[in-house]
Design a protein around this ligand. Structure first.
Ligand code: ZN
Length: 277
């Protein structure tokens, strides 16, 4: 690990917490349009994928920079040090170390790891300044999207039932994330939503850049400006991902989310608080 004391500049980390399929990847890509941002995707999962692909000796992973992992400017350094990555914490140390050796503290690292736990470890590192971004998706969109995905595997299961269960999980997990923030050793939080990112993209991305302490600039939505090293299973997956916000409006064409609103009357209140306030 780099020997940076408290008196020296700290590496700025933007840590995205969200439920799956809530726009955290799109958010990370679009934040990386800023020249002082590098988006690494879900760092914890990337480390686990690297370890298993090395152990299995299979096809090399590809990076969103369009290089195989062993030729990627960022991850190739981590691959060389994989034996040091014995668990998630030691893996994160190697990632931070490699990031500092490549970019110093001039760039902000964006991790869309989703869960709060790795942020707890990052907050404990003296050479980092961690700011958390909580992204929530409209409960109706989240529930319908989950019901549609599960219907492919369980076509006979009523979709309203899956949507109701998904709505309950949306409430439980977002409340848990919110509570976990109070136990983190950082007081810096920003709440956004998939809806804001899609409908007010420039304003929201620029607000998060300000929150991250970055030099103000105008968001233009140009994918070619994005600077990301996000691992994917193969070259096609690494090149085929959408990197601009496009709103998934399928929930407007169905009522399968309705029963959850009757069963859990607090849902509309939480939805308004997290997504639209
Ligand atoms: Zn790369």
């Amino acid at each position: 690990m780099s020997d940076l004391g408290n008196s020296k500049p700290r590496l700025s980390v933007g840590y995205i917490v969200s439920l799956p399929h809530s726009g955290s990847t799109i958010l990370g890509y679009n934040l990386s349009e800023h020249p002082d941002v590098v988006f690494l995707g879900e760092v914890g999962y990337a480390l686990a994928d690297l370890a298993s692909s090395q152990a299995l000796g299979g096809t090399p992973l590809y990076c969103s920079c369009q290089q195989p992992v062993d030729q990627c400017a960022f991850w190739s350094g981590v691959v060389r040090r994989l034996p040091e990555c014995r668990d998630q914490d030691s893996g994160y140390r190697v990632v931070v170390d490699e990031f500092l050796s490549l970019y110093g503290t001039a760039k902000t690292l964006i991790d869309s790891n989703k869960t709060v736990e790795p942020a707890r470890f990052l907050c404990s590192m003296d050479n980092l300044r961690v700011r958390c971004i909580h992204t929530v998706r409209d409960v109706r969109g989240a529930a319908v999207s989950e019901a549609r995905r599960k219907a492919k595997r369980h076509p006979n299961r009523p979709q309203w039932l899956t949507a109701t269960q998904a709505s309950f999980q949306w409430m439980r997990k977002n409340l848990r994330n919110e509570r976990s923030f109070s136990t983190l050793a950082t007081a810096e939080f920003h709440t956004t939503s998939y809806e804001k990112i899609c409908s007010q993209t420039a304003g929201e991305i620029e607000a998060i850049w300000r929150f991250l302490g970055l030099t103000p600039r105008s968001y233009v939505g140009d994918e070619s400006l994005q600077n990301s090293h996000l691992l994917s299973g193969n070259r096609l997956a690494s090149s085929g991902r959408s990197r601009v916000p496009v709103y998934d409006e399928r929930w407007r064409k169905t009522l399968i989310w309705w029963p959850s609103m009757f069963l859990f009357p607090i849902l509309p209140l939480l939805n308004r608080r997290w997504v639209y306030s």
